[in-house]
Design a protein around this ligand. Structure first.
Ligand SMILES: [Zn+2]
Length: 408
């Protein structure tokens, strides 16, 4: 009996999963081909007309799509076309950074309609959540017109995030552990909420709206105070059971290197992060190396700009760092055979020194067949923006999760 119940339960779960997948397929077809009739949706999606009728009725009831002008169709009858209500459905995308909390309102068409930034000053985990809730509350109640209702919230932050359970398992800058962030926000605002690791979500954003739009398989490498990556395989973010794939900053790049905060020696981020590049330039100047930079002007931006303007010291230090990055990128290519690798971060301002060195490493260290179609270039989106959080909403739409929950 217990076994029968289990079987019945798994059949129901499977039916729900199929329904969700079919809804997502139909939504994607409508978004891509709008305005489109139900007959054409059935043809493109290869789903039965009865399923298309049922699912489009549900999508119409939820308000996520609407009927548009009737179009004449063959046979003398009029077909009603359907289109997404993307421009008039609003979501709130939030980025929790180390020092800044950013909140932006987007419509589902991907337009950022407003943006607000709030300083985070040494808050611990509990204070951060209070700040987050009060800012979302303020945004919803004071900065929106009544008609501009928010339909979903998404949040990205650094660290180990479990998007399935909606929990922040660990985040480097704040003292909370295994925190049920989605449950807390959903209870407070009664809106579907999604969370994700910022870098992995940024890779998804580049895939939906940026440099890897037309690639099924791509890797985003981010370089800032640390080094991370987000991997997209067959159009989906690769997260795994433990949600933590892509920590390339801790691959040993230089066995003779400095000790990393993880305990290992010579991790990639001890050779390539912005902080390390800044330290190397400052130390070289102290040792008497020549640079066009004035001592009072030294910053990470001025170093990358000086390298772009052919300053020999800045170029040399970036090229040395890029050798370690190139070595790691070549490993990633051999492991995952991507179509494109994109680099995000201020370091891309020094593109000549950076990309020529990485390309040399790839030529020598990656499998020749894997290099044929491979492209490596700078990311297109601002790595610090809330677009990564918005990508989580788009993912939830494309995978059906949000279609089940959205309130318009
Ligand atoms: Zn490390």
């Amino acid at each position: 009996m217990v076994q029968n119940n289990q079987q019945a339960g798994s059949v129901i779960a499977n039916i729900d999963h199929i329904k969700q997948a079919n809804s997502a397929t139909i939504y994607k077809v409508i978004e891509k081909y709008a305005p489109i009739s139900r007959v054409k949706i059935a043809k493109v999606s290869k789903l039965a007309p009865a399923s298309v009728t049922k699912i489009t009725r549900q999508l119409l009831e939820s308000g996520i799509i609407s009927e548009t002008a009737r179009q004449a169709s063959t046979g003398g009858r009029c077909a009603i076309s359907l289109a997404p209500n993307s421009a008039s459905i609003y979501v709130l995308a939030v980025k929790i950074g180390q020092k800044l909390l950013s909140l932006s309102r987007y419509n589902l068409a991907g337009e950022q309609l407003s943006n607000k930034q709030v300083n985070i000053q040494g808050e611990d985990g509990e204070q951060l959540i209070e700040l987050l809730i009060s800012e979302i509350d303020h945004y919803i109640n004071n900065e929106l017109h009544n008609a501009d209702k928010i339909s979903a919230i998404s949040i990205t932050l650094s660290g180990l995030i479990n998007p399935k359970q909606g929990r922040v398992v660990y985040t480097p800058h704040y003292s909370f552990k295994d925190y049920p962030l989605v449950e807390v926000i959903e209870q407070r605002f009664n809106l579907p909420t999604f969370i994700g690791n910022h870098t992995r979500s940024l890779a998804l954003a580049e895939h939906y709206f940026g440099a890897t739009k037309n690639c099924a398989d791509s890797i985003l490498v981010t370089i800032h105070h640390g080094v991370g990556s987000g991997i997209i395989i067959q159009g989906k973010a690769l997260l795994g059971q433990n949600f933590n794939i892509g920590e390339i900053g801790h691959i040993q790049a230089n066995p003779a290197g400095k000790q990393c905060h993880c305990g290992n020696f010579g991790c990639l981020e001890t050779e390539v992060s912005d902080r390390v590049i800044l330290e190397k330039v400052e130390s070289a100047i102290r040792q008497g190396c020549f640079t066009q930079l004035e001592p009072q002007d030294i910053s990470i931006d001025s170093i990358y700009q000086a390298a772009a303007a052919n300053d020999p010291l800045c170029q040399k230090i970036i090229e040395d760092a890029a050798v370690y990055l190139g070595k790691t990128v070549a490993i990633l290519i051999n492991l995952l055979n991507p179509q494109k690798i994109i680099i995000a971060g201020k370091i891309t301002q020094a593109e000549n020194s950076l990309f020529s060195t990485i390309n040399q490493c790839i030529t020598h260290q990656a499998l020749p067949d894997f290099q044929k179609e491979l492209k490596i270039e700078a990311a297109q989106l601002n790595p610090n923006s809330t677009v990564a959080a918005f990508a989580l909403i788009k993912q939830a739409l494309y995978e059906g999760d949000l279609l089940q929950k959205i309130k318009i």
